[in-house]
Design a binder for this molecule. Structure first.
Ligand code: ADP
Ligand code: MG
Length: 694
């Protein structure tokens, strides 16, 4: 392993590190607290589940014997404490109580809808089946209250005690089980299932009053009330309309939830896609349809634009739209967009937020859900809805579960396929996309741990080629299809521009052999290809590293009729080694050059270039060369080299200056000199010498 490699780590790790470092250079932005927050949440969750676990663990010790009969006792729960845990620990944001109460109201309406269709068959009588089915919210700043009213199924006295009087008992879950038993499959629009959402209101409330009347004909109305301290009261009440009204008396420090604008924002954030109308102080708030649940064919382009602007909080349009539905291997309804605008510096930074939100049954589980797509796809905006995601006790506690990993894999594969299809269906559109977003694809290759995924991303890469016109980009698959089957290699050359690539001494040798070479102009490209290693069973080989190999044809290594003869070459090499001591590690001849007098070869050219770009400035010349270990390869047929040999006996001084200059030029050509201004003094000295006799 070379010293440089040792310094920068093995080449692959090195490529990844270098790439990420380079990307992160654009992070003058405050790091987001999102991940910290998730971590906090998971600590809480672990603490909570550990506690449950340890109480249930049986302790066994050696030598102990049991006596008498065992007694079975029920755990005693301190309701006040339990309520506290539910109210305080399970939810990270207080504002989610609004989402929870709206979800309950929506469930109540869904159940009523279901019953009004099925009631007749069961012989139940429902009251007022023609009333408006909606969710009303009223805020009252003066009295510091927020009220949620629905015209849904309502509750009988028994249901009140069972559903609101028992923590972690979900009436909705039983309802779903019940209707499933009857063979109905309409459960998917019902949200509740853990029986704790209601209590989240105690995070913000001193007192909660519930007025409810069941929609089963003849049911009386009731008032339920509690201050969350462990007891509740129930009383019959007159004048209660069918459905449920919940009055939340806000704590002083939670008065913001009696503010119309604040509440509107929260509804829009979490509950915008609820099926029933949500009316806040006489104004309907939820307007946008959950477009991802519609049939892809039925959604117009205008609807997509409106939806994209709504979820992305932006004014541009999507350039690509993927509306994706599947039920296997898990249920996914997704709409994913690539923005029309170019990514800004902020999007480029790996600290930037992801743009996809995770829903389950129209309810937001997590906006900017950073684990449902890989980080490098952070430019994608959209919505993913999966019924299969269990709504964890708290939906905030979404972990990197197997299910989420599965979801991410399916989505990523589908999205990559989509980009690939777009490339063939709309080459022009894809070309502009590539110009604007290819950096993300490259990041994907460098950061992905799955070889399959990397290969899929690599299919999307495009480069100019030595065999195609300037400005025409080609894929590696197309490159491969142009090669003879026995060529198991894809050659590439990193250079700042087409001109420099074509005149590069490194390219010259392949050109002679009529081999096609991909040109990479982006600084990161060579790191990406180094990391990728192969594509479609063909090895990716940089032209520079190909030059280091011994020539395949042995006779090539014998000096030809033209140029210097072996003894002269030996003499020149000896001279060069002496003059360039401390700079070159070795001097050899090469047959691979025509128009160039010499070339520099270093092990790990890509890493070396990055090293020169980023770390070499503060290093002494001596140390720098010791790390780079440049090897000078000379073309014994080149006029300059021939002349240089002549100078050895006529003008040693000039010979030395020429040798130094040849070395510097070769270093510049190799991209290993960051500041060419250093060379100017020497060039001037050389000019003085050249002009002396005139
Ligand atoms: P979950 O919604 O997960 O079931 P909650 O704590 O949010 O748990 O609610 C507990 C139960 O109380 C619900 O399952 C439902 O039976 C009942 N409930 C809550 N709100 C309402 C409402 N607005 N109308 C009718 N029933 C309700
Ligand atoms: Mg609920």
């Amino acid at each position: 392993m070379s010293a440089l490699r040792a310094r920068l780590g093995s080449s692959t790790v090195c490529a990844r590190k270098i790439f990420l470092q380079s990307i992160n250079n654009s992070k003058h932005f405050a790091a987001r607290s999102v991940s910290a927050k998730i971590q906090n949440d998971s600590t809480i969750f672990r603490a909570f589940s550990n506690r449950q676990y340890s109480t249930a663990t049986e302790q066994k010790k050696d030598g102990e014997t049991l006596k008498g009969t065992s007694e079975k006792r029920e755990f005693q729960a301190e309701t006040r404490m339990l309520l506290d845990i539910v109210a305080r620990s399970l939810y990270s944001d207080k504002e989610v109580f609004i989402r929870e109460l709206i979800s309950n109201a929506s469930d109540a309406l869904e159940k009523f809808r279901y019953l009004s269709v099925s009631a007749a068959t069961e012989g139940k009588q429902l009251e007022q089946t023609d009333r408006a089915l909606e969710i009303k919210l009223i805020t009252d700043k003066q009295n510091r209250t927020i009220t949620f009213q629905d015209s849904g199924i309502g509750m009988t006295k028994e249901e009140l005690t069972q559903n609101l009087g028992t923590i972690a008992r979900s009436g909705s879950k039983s309802f779903i089980e019940e209707i499933k038993k009857q063979g109905a499959d309409q459960a998917s629009s019902i949200i509740g299932q853990f029986g704790v959402g209601f209590y989240s209101a105690f995070m913000v409330a001193d007192k909660i009053e519930v007025f409810t009347r069941s929609s089963i004909a003849g049911s009386p109305g009731y008032k339920w009330s509690s201050d969350g301290s462990g007891v509740y009261e129930i009383q019959e009440a007159d004048g209660v309309p069918i459905g449920t009204k919940i009055v939340v008396y806000l704590k002083t420090d939670c008065r913001e939830f009696s503010d119309d604008e604040t509440v509107k924002g929260i509804i829009k954030k979490y509950s915008n896609f609820i099926g029933s109308p949500i009316i806040l102080n006489d104004q309907q708030v939820n307007s946008i349809k959950p477009l991802w649940l519609m049939e892809p064919k039925e959604v117009t382009q205008e609807q997509h634009v409106e939806f994209y602007r709504f979820i992305g909080n932006s004014y541009d349009k999507p350039r690509f739209t993927l509306h994706y539905k599947t039920d296997a291997p898990l249920s996914i309804r997704a709409v994913l967009y690539v923005p029309e605008g170019k990514p800004g510096l902020f999007e480029l930074s790996r600290d930037s937020d992801v743009g996809v939100s995770l829903y389950s049954r129209k309810i937001l589980i997590k906006s900017k859900a950073d684990n449902i797509l890989p980080k490098w796809l952070r430019f994608v905006k959209g919505v993913v809805d999966s019924e299969d995601i269990p709504l964890n006790l708290s939906r905030e506690l979404l972990q990197n579960s197997n299910l989420i990993i599965k979801l991410r894999t399916v989505l990523t594969n589908r999205f990559l396929k989509f980009l690939n299809d777009s490339a063939s269906k709309d080459p022009v559109g894809y070309d502009t996309f590539y110009r604007d977003y290819s950096i993300f694809l490259k990041e994907g290759i460098v950061t992905s741990h799955s070889p399959l995924e990397r290969e899929d991303i690599a299919k999307l890469l495009r480069f100019e080629s030595s065999k195609l016109e300037k400005g025409v980009r080609t894929s590696m698959a197309e490159y491969s299809s142009r090669q003879k089957n026995e060529q198991k290699t894809i050659y590439y050359l990193a250079a700042p521009s087409r001109e420099l690539a074509e005149t590069s001494p490194y390219f010259e040798s392949l050109k002679k052999r009529d081999l096609e070479v991909l040109f990479c102009y982006d600084t990161y490209d060579e790191l990406v290809l180094l990391e990728l290693k192969e594509f479609g069973g063909r090895q990716l080989v940089s032209v520079e590293s190909d030059m280091q190999k011994e020539p395949e044809n042995k006779s090539e290594s014998v000096i030809g009729a033209q140029g210097l003869q072996q003894p002269q070459v030996d003499e020149l090499i000896k001279f060069l080694k002496g003059q360039l001591e401390g700079k070159v590690f070795d001097v050899r001849t090469t047959q691979r050059l025509d128009s160039h007098p010499c070339v520099i070869i270093v092990p790990e050219m890509a890493a070396a270039r990055h090293f020169v770009r980023t770390q070499a400035q503060n290093m002494s010349e001596e140390n720098r060369f010791a790390l780079l270990r440049p090897q000078l390869e000379i073309n014994a047929k080149h006029p300059i080299i021939e002349k240089l040999h002549k100078l050895l006996s006529t003008d040693k001084d000039l010979a030395n200056m020429v040798a130094q200059q040849l070395f510097s030029n070769a270093m510049v050509t190799a991209g290993l000199v960051m500041d060419p201004r250093n060379l100017i003094t020497h060039i001037n000295e050389l000019l003085i010498k050249a002009l002396e006799k005139h």
